[in-house]
Design a protein around this ligand. Sequence first.
Ligand code: GLY
Ligand code: MN
Ligand code: MN
Length: 426
Amino acid sequence: MTFNLETLENRKNRVAQALSTVLGNEDLVLVYSGEPIQKSGGFDQTYDFLPHPEYFWLTGSRRPYGVSAYSKKEGWVDFALLVNRDEKIWEGGRESVAGLPIEDLEKWIEKRKPQKIFQLGLPKKQLSNTSAEELAVIQETFSQVRRIKDQAEVDLIKNISLMANFGYKKLKTFIRPGVTERDIQLEYEFEVLKNGAHKMPYGSIVGAGSNAAILHAVPTSRVVKSGDLILIDAGADVDDYCVDITRVFSADGKFSSEQNTIINLVKDAQRSSIELCRPGVEWRDVHLASAKVMAQGLKDMGILNISAEEAMSTGAISVFFPHGVGHMVGLRVRDVGGPPNPNPKKYAGARLRVDMKLQQGHLMTVEPGLYFIEALLNDAETRQTFGDQINWNEALKWREFGGVRIEDDILVTTKGPQNLTEVVEK
Ligand code: GLY
Ligand code: MN
Ligand code: MN
């Protein structure tokens, strides 16, 4: 089991404590693991089952069909699909599960006649009898607790970053002219899986040369050539916990001075953002810190015709830094990421889906990037919007360069930011 009973007990207590002011005495909360999804036309085949993160976090169980029930009167009561004969025959040993048989859940609920039923996780059958607003309050209360990483999660994530480091260390010697993006992906993933990871947390991103400017570059058969900068955004995953890391490499083992100019700018941006990852700081300010450093750099390079402050207020910097500076990470690569924010605001031209105050225990990626995206630099609408704020000819000179992103996973603590992925050299 990934987490020990004491850790799980603590989590259940923390949720109960948080619910104490928002849940009625006669109400019931049900957290569902979910069910395997059948492959279409696949007869008895299903996709690999991933328990809903809310359920896995709470119970440590990766079994489908489980439900953890909470009421103020009875505390937590677990229901599980007990390991059956077929599973023993077809799949061998399975984790033993604690809990009442899941078949008894409906009767158990009927007997108690709860006033309100709140369903979290992945319920199949709707039992909820509350408004969407009421459910959102319970959901957000649960999420607030889950956003604060506990020691067991931090230890696990640090371990996963060691697994990722095996991959990144291998790439230092593997990357050279003649290998393809796909070769790089396979080499990385082989090392990471060999060293304990269960899977990749997201499709590994590998971009050589101008492909480094594709934010979610899918590795292709493109061959690395001398002079290329190669961007790798790849992690590692154990039981859906993960790291999300980005590094850049040189085809030749040594970056050119032009490449170093941009890399150092992005590193400076990342340092100034990481420094702000402290309790009480607004996430938007962490974003703006990176935007400011990179805008000043572009101004100094003659690519921006306006001051860094102006480039942030008009959004011109977002032509080169078009994404938010990061997101919550931990249990899945997009961990429970802040209160629902359906109309995200723009800061320095980038839409930030995460827009909240940092708290001790939050784990955030900090991933500034500076890109020369030809599709944006030649886009008529973008050119019209920013007009002579940008020296387009100067910017286009860099189109073959691609881009640089550097990404680490930073834990917010009262003692200052703690980089959980610092083991991976940059
Ligand atoms: N790996 C995708 C991202 O950085 O968010
Ligand atoms: Mn990321
Ligand atoms: Mn990433």
